[in-house]
Write a protein that binds this ligand. Structure first.
Ligand code: NG1
Ligand code: ZN
Length: 545
């Protein structure tokens, strides 16, 4: 078939290094950029098949998010803007690892298994982040799509959530919005301006927000969006990519893991600051107090702020909708306790990786999901959205209820429901703080985080660690969980767990306890246990102090 002839020819331009195997992990393929050319070409092929199968537009995003600039990666986006299904993740790995001479065989195998009608048209949207390697790598994706006769739309430089949004807009025939960058800015800014009308007497200081763009795509897009916000938000942008290196000593991951401010940010006492990650799908907030102490407002604090606000609006609107917060094992224990005991909202815990949180959140009328690292969004079920719209139109709705319903409606429009979105989340947070007249300090005071520490341990094969109970307990290697249990008992209000990372070749260790010293010490002791019981390599983990 001529179709496969072209694939065969073109694949020679994007050859697979012999013996190299990679896995479609938590966030797609991710590794050093020099190993990815063949993967990109093949993901172009797979996206084309997925498009033919679903009779919809599929997205392919070239990015390695918060990872170093030298890395890159690729993720596939399904028709409604969600992550690709697990079965197709398997096909991605199968196709990626096929040696050069068996590529066509594997491709045909997927076509057969999925019973794909190859005469169907295909459409693939492509986006990339600002990494230098993204230019040629996204070209390899385009080559893959065109060699199977698919149509492409190259959005060029976009944030990951912007591409998710475009895919969803396209496949809902514009119901979700218009699939252009301008359409995205217009939809979000209109909703933001509507919401901030409800915040009275805001001073310029209150409208001011310091944004760390991680020297990445989020900074570029924030610049583009600023005029749409008509000074209702006065952004002071740092790490805008003009001089620094992507994610280096800056960005959401650096701030969250190091628990300190990024370089290059001039923070005044109490000033609201936030950091995006390298592809702008994560955000964390922070400020320093008058004593120079750094305070982090992470994904857990964001989930708490947003769910409290939504719950209040539901009460005011007299709407009986179930709201739940979805977290992972990394959620700070204090946040879970506050949400369950004080807020009385349902809290559910899933495995790490937004696809797990996203699916769990779909089970509720309103599902607020956030990873502690600041990746998250809010999902409103179709039924919930319908109820809100109907109440809006109902002539019997009194003014107070109407105000609450209107706020809910604008909030829905402001949220990017396809995936976590730093820009959209930032605007939601800014609007909520403005409407409720809260400062960063007021927000921080909702509950106090338990001191915590995250560490990494390198082992020869991280797959020896198997976990259960939403990754909170290790079932292998033998003796590891018993040791962790024993260590945890030594500290007050303590908790610890370990899991193999899905994006790096390391085992992650998390610990929390009543003091920072205890959290650090517990994290260290658990790291040692991992090193000794799970085949640690390199130097033994050293104490933090
Ligand atoms: P891994 O490397 O599997 O821990 C990290 C984050 C996830 C998720 C993915 C994708 C932590 C502890 N882990 O996964 O939450 O965001 O990257 O970017 O933050
Ligand atoms: Zn990211």
């Amino acid at each position: 078939m001529a179709q496969f002839e072209k694939v065969s020819q073109k694949s020679k331009v994007h050859p697979k290094p012999e013996g190299l195997t990679l896995q479609y992990g938590t966030a797609g393929f991710r590794t050093h950029a020099t190993h990815l050319d063949h993967i990109m070409f093949r993901m172009g092929l797979l996206a084309t098949l997925r498009s033919k199968k679903t009779k919809s537009t599929i997205g392919v995003m070239v990015t390695a998010s918060h990872n170093p600039e030298e890395d890159n990666g690729v993720k596939l986006i399904d028709p409604m803007g969600e992550m690709v299904t697990v079965v197709w993740e398997g096909y991605a790995t199968q196709l990626a690892n096929a040696e050069q001479d068996s590529l066509l065989k594997e491709l045909k195998d997927i076509i057969k298994k999925e019973d794909i009608d190859m005469s169907e048209p295909a459409s693939v949207y492509i986006g990339k982040d600002t990494r230098p390697s993204s230019v040629s790598l996204s070209q390899a994706v385009l080559d893959g799509v065109s060699s199977l006769g698919g149509k492409t739309h190259d959005y060029g430089l976009v944030t990951t959530p912007q591409l998710h949004y475009m895919v969803c807009c396209c496949n809902t025939n514009g119901c979700y919005g218009s699939p252009t960058i301008e359409g995205y800015y217009q939809k979000l800014s209109q909703a933001f301006l509507q919401l901030t009308q409800n915040a009275l007497n805001r001073t310029d200081d209150q409208k001011r927000l310091l944004v760390d763009g991680a020297n990445g795509i989020g900074a570029l897009k924030m610049r583009e969006m600023e005029p749409f916000l008509r000074s209702e938000l006065q952004v002071v942008l740092s790490n805008d990519g003009s001089s620094g290196k992507l994610n280096h000593m800056c960005g959401a991951d650096y701030v969250k893991v190091q628990q300190k401010a990024p370089q290059g940010m001039n923070m005044g006492v109490g000033e609201r600051c936030c950091s995006f990650d390298g592809d702008a799908d994560r955000i964390v907030y922070y400020y320093t107090d008058s004593k120079g102490c750094f305070h982090l407002l992470d994904g857990d604090k964001i989930a708490t702020l947003i769910s409290t606000y939504l719950k209040e609006l539901l009460t005011q609107a007299e709407l009986n909708l179930q709201i739940a917060v979805v977290q992972t094992a990394y959620a700070n224990g204090s946040s879970t306790r506050y949400l369950e005991d004080v807020m009385k909202v349902t809290v559910c815990c899933t495995k790490t990786g937004v696809k797990h949180l996203h699916h769990a959140a779909q089970e509720y009328d309103i599902g607020v999901y956030f990873e502690a690292n600041g990746h998250g969004t809010v999902l409103f079920s179709k039924a919930a959205q319908k109820q809100i719209q109907e109440l809006m139109k109902d002539p019997n709705t009194n003014d107070e209820r109407k105000r609450a319903v209107k706020l809910l409606e604008s909030t829905i429009n402001l949220i990017n429901q396809t995936v976590g979105d730093a820009i959209s989340d930032m605007l939601v947070i800014e609007a909520v703080l403005a409407i409720r007249g809260m400062s960063a300090q007021d927000w921080d005071a909702i509950y106090t985080d338990l001191p915590n520490r995250q560490l990494k341990v390198t082992v020869s094969d991280r797959r020896v660690i198997d976990t259960t109970d939403a990754e909170r307990r290790a079932v292998s290697p033998k003796g590891l969980q018993d040791t962790i249990d024993m260590l945890v008992k030594k500290y007050k209000s303590a908790r610890s767990f370990v899991r193999p990372s899905g994006t790096e070749d390391v085992v992650r260790v998390y610990a929390e306890a009543d003091t920072q010293e205890s959290a650090d010490s517990l994290a260290h002791e658990v790291s040692l246990a991992v090193y000794r019981l799970a085949g640690g390599i390199g130097d033994e983990p050293k104490p933090l102090h």
